[in-house]
Design a protein around this ligand. Structure first.
Ligand code: ADP
Ligand code: MG
Length: 257
């Protein structure tokens, strides 16, 4: 049975998609069967994993709103062991359309249940909001991985996210855990980065992953080539750290509630 991990933070630009794509690909690289599910209407994970939007006939929208079978929506990526449920801009209507549908919060959970036994891990790349799409991800997931950018105001907004996690734990998914908080885009040359690490560790303690993702030019370039970092530049620091993170996740993450 797959472990399902939602990658969530309602702030944009904190490294959700970079982490979803590269952690998925690195787990696939070390031999795990992985499904990456894009639920952001911007579809950045879809293109970052090398899926051409023009090749997508049915996307996650059809799965969530029109009950299209998950297996028909899944696409193989160019990375061995990595499959994908793609998103297109069509998904931008889903947040509103889902409001009036039956069992609106559990649609993703139900859709993934039919394929969970085919994979070791399923990652869900969330949009930058705490709306119904993110709620669907948190309801479907075993755990949530929270990327936090090493910048000023890093902790701002996280109490809303944690509040949403608590509400989902209470009403929709009592088993939901926090997989871990991942510090991203660290610029080791500045004192600010070090201060932010201290601050985040003080707040989240043992929930913070040991691996910290540095700012790495190759990580920023890879999406425009439609390749995860492990394919685009396997010798880069970016590839190394995401492989380390994959191993930390396999070892059990931070396993806390
Ligand atoms: P989110 O999905 O949270 O909005 P992204 O993963 O798309 O954030 O990251 C925002 C931008 O920062 C993207 O252009 C991405 O390529 C870049 N980026 C993310 N992580 C890194 C990193 N470690 N080093 C350099 N650039 C990064
Ligand atoms: Mg994103």
């Amino acid at each position: 049975m797959a472990k399902i991990i939602a990658v969530a933070n309602q702030k944009g630009g904190v490294g959700k998609t970079t982490t979803s794509v590269n952690l998925s690909a690195c787990l696939a690289y070390i031999g795990k069967k992985v499904l990456l599910v894009d639920i952001d209407p911007q579809g950045n994970a879809t293109s970052g994993a090398g899926i051409e939007k023009g090749d997508v006939e049915e996307c996650v929208y059809d799965m969530l709103v029109n009950d299209v079978d998950t297996k028909t929506v899944i696409k193989q990526t160019t990375v061995e062991n990595l499959d994908m449920v793609p998103a297109t801009i069509q998904l931008s209507g889903a947040e509103i359309e889902l409001v009036s549908t039956i069992s609106r919060e559990v649609r993703l959970k139900r859709a993934l249940a039919s394929v969970a036994s085919d994979y070791d891990y399923i990652f869900i790349d969330c949009p930058p909001s705490l709306g119904l799409l993110t709620i669907n991800a948190l309801t479907a997931a075993d755990s949530v991985l929270i990327p936090v950018q090493c910048e000023y105001y890093a902790l701002e907004g996280l109490s809303q996210l944690l509040n949403t996690v608590r509400l989902v734990q209470k009403h929709l998914n009592t088993e939901l855990e926090i997989e871990g908080v991942l510090l991203t885009m660290l610029d080791a040359r500045t004192n600010l980065g070090i201060q932010v690490i201290d601050e985040v560790k003080k707040y989240f303690r043992e929930k913070v992953f040991d691996v910290i993702i540095p700012r790495n030019v190759r990580l920023g370039e890879a999406p425009s080539h439609g390749k995860p970092i492990i394919i685009y530049d396997p010798k880069s620091r970016g590839a190394e750290v995401y492989v380390e993170l994959a191993k930390e996740v396999v070892a059990g993450g931070k396993k806390v509630r």
